[in-house]
Design a protein around this ligand. Structure first.
Ligand code: KIV
Ligand code: ZN
Length: 498
């Protein structure tokens, strides 16, 4: 059997997605769930990029015991210094440094040449090696780097001390056969390749991240860089759950990971909820429909024997058919149990607070599902808001002019305004703009998403608001979608009205 190392970059590449930023407490929550899941490496951030990222790497290093904690850098000394400093509490720390190796990167990004890039790669690896034993080197845009030159870079950084060499398909351009052949080429032409591990890092621009990663592994890579739900820049990264279930299902490939697959469902919901990033219903492994058989022939077959149409047992990814349904009659213990399944541990005080919110929601909604529960856990993220929506009343209907009145609490000062609009949301937002005496912002994106079904369901609203050339993200969830829309707007303006 061949051991495959799982390197999770949800908190670095995944978190770079606009609107998916987490605070340090949320990142620690995800990191602990990743540890439970059994990942080998957690890429916790890019410390030089911001004090927030630096602090997250420090705090995750303290909070997590078993996985290696990795920090990203460019091939620049000050980045490497910051990464080393941020990793000082890690029980096992890794610096992930690197540089672009494709001709477009060398010419346009660095205005340099191939020989100079090799020198910089060697220098960065040696510099990182002064701080930590475990140094990973990435050859950015390796997918479009000519194989012969790539082999020279890989050989040079291994000689300089790299323990892992990452071969990213940064632009998601490669075809599975070509990516597999690239890894095979390196395995066969880099003389010292046995002294390091080759890693895949695939992006999904052409929908081939998972296929490329599988080909990379079948041709010799022994680390895969992945994210929960495939979250990541543009079309995303390779999804962890797909790789884990592919090698669990295809035992004949003799590739083994340390992933406890029964934790997949919980962490998938947790990341989706914390990052406000819905999972598409037909997403492999974790989508809502992944195990839902709707055609009569399929239903009949599955009822007779699950294996007639299902290649995976839902229990293997942690979907519990017999899960207790939460209703207004459920006690704290049932809520706590559900939260544990979803990978959320909390102290009694916070549990009591969430339970009170749970009871309020259960009054308005018959069955409380996992998304509702996770939404309640994140509800206190607006506690720190300077501008709070305290009151909203709307009138609307066919043949009526929509009107809204709002009261905001602005750092302790209450301001109330009313406005008319071409619908209740428009009226509510206009009233908020009047209350803050500022109407210079425009809504660029506005997405209302019902979590599952039923007219009593909680709606989630994602909004992007443009202000002075920058785009700010707002989010809210509420069984009243008008309230959720105005709350999402208020969430966004809190990010720029100081
Ligand atoms: O996609 C990429 O090339 C990356 C590197 C920074 C590892 O994310
Ligand atoms: Zn990437």
């Amino acid at each position: 059997m061949n051991r495959l190392f799982i390197f999770d970059t949800t908190l670095r590449d995944g978190e770079q997605v606009p609107g998916c930023q987490l605070n340090t407490v949320e990142k620690i929550q995800v990191a602990k769930a990743l540890e439970e899941l059994g990942v080998d490496v957690i890429e916790a951030g890019f410390p030089v990029s911001s004090p927030g990222d630096f602090n997250s790497v420090v705090e995750i290093s303290k909070a997590v015991t078993w996985p290696t904690i990795c920090a990203l850098t460019r091939a620049v000394e000050k980045d490497i210094d910051a990464a080393a400093e941020a990793l000082k509490f890690a029980k096992r720390g890794r610096i992930h440094t690197g540089i672009g190796t494709s001709d477009p990167h060398i010419q346009y990004k660095f205005n340099s040449n191939r020989e100079e890039i090799i020198e910089r790669a060697i220098a960065a690896t040696k510099y990182a090696k002064k701080y930590v034993e475990d140094v990973e080197f990435y050859c950015e845009d390796a997918g479009r780097t000519e194989n012969e030159y790539l082999a020279r870079v890989v050989e040079a950084v291994i000689k300089a001390g790299a323990t892992v060499v990452n071969i990213p398909d940064t632009t998601g351009y490669c075809l599975p056969d070509d990516y597999g052949a690239k890894i095979r080429y390196l395995m066969e032409h880099v003389p010292n390749v046995h002294r390091a591990i080759l890693s895949t890092h695939c992006h999904n621009d052409l929908g081939m991240a998972t296929a490329n990663t599988v080909q990379g592994v079948l041709n010799g890579a022994r680390q895969v860089e992945v994210t929960i739900n495939g979250i990541g820049e543009r079309a995303g990264n390779t999804s962890l759950e797909e790789i884990a279930m592919i090698f669990k299902s295809h035992k004949e490939k003799e590739i083994r990971t340390h992933i406890n697959t029964t934790k997949i469902y919980g962490i998938s919901r947790m990341v989706s909820s914390l990052m406000n990033m819905p999972v598409q219903p037909n997403k492999a492994v974790v989508g809502r429909n992944a195990f839902a058989h709707s055609s009569g022939i399929h239903q009949d077959g599955v009822l007779k024997n699950r294996e007639s149409y299902e290649i995976m047992d839902p229990k293997d990814i942690g979907i519990d058919d017999n899960a207790i349904v939460l209703t207004a009659r459920s006690g704290r213990a049932a809520l706590k149990h559900r939260l544990q399944i979803l990978g959320v541990e909390m102290e009694q005080e916070k549990l009591d607070k969430v339970y009170q919110e749970f009871l309020k929601l259960a009054d308005r909604k018959k069955d409380i599902n996992d998304d509702d529960v996770l939404m309640l856990v994140g509800k206190d993220r607006t506690d720190m808001h300077r501008i709070k929506l305290e009151h909203l009343q709307v009138t609307s209907g066919i043949g009526l002019q929509s009107m809204a009145s709002v009261c905001l609490n602005m750092a302790g000062v209450r301001r109330c305004e009313a406005a008319a609009g071409n619908g209740p949301v428009d009226a509510g937002i206009k009233a908020v703009k009047k209350a803050i005496s500022n109407s210079d912002m425009t809504i660029q994106e506005f997405l209302i998403q019902a979590i599952s079904k039923g007219s009593d369901d909680t709606g989630k609203v994602h909004m992007q608001v443009e202000y002075k050339g920058n785009v700010y993200y707002g989010f809210s969830a509420n069984t009243d979608i008008i309230a959720a829309s105005v709350e999402a707007f208020v969430d966004a303006i809190n990010k720029f009205i100081i």
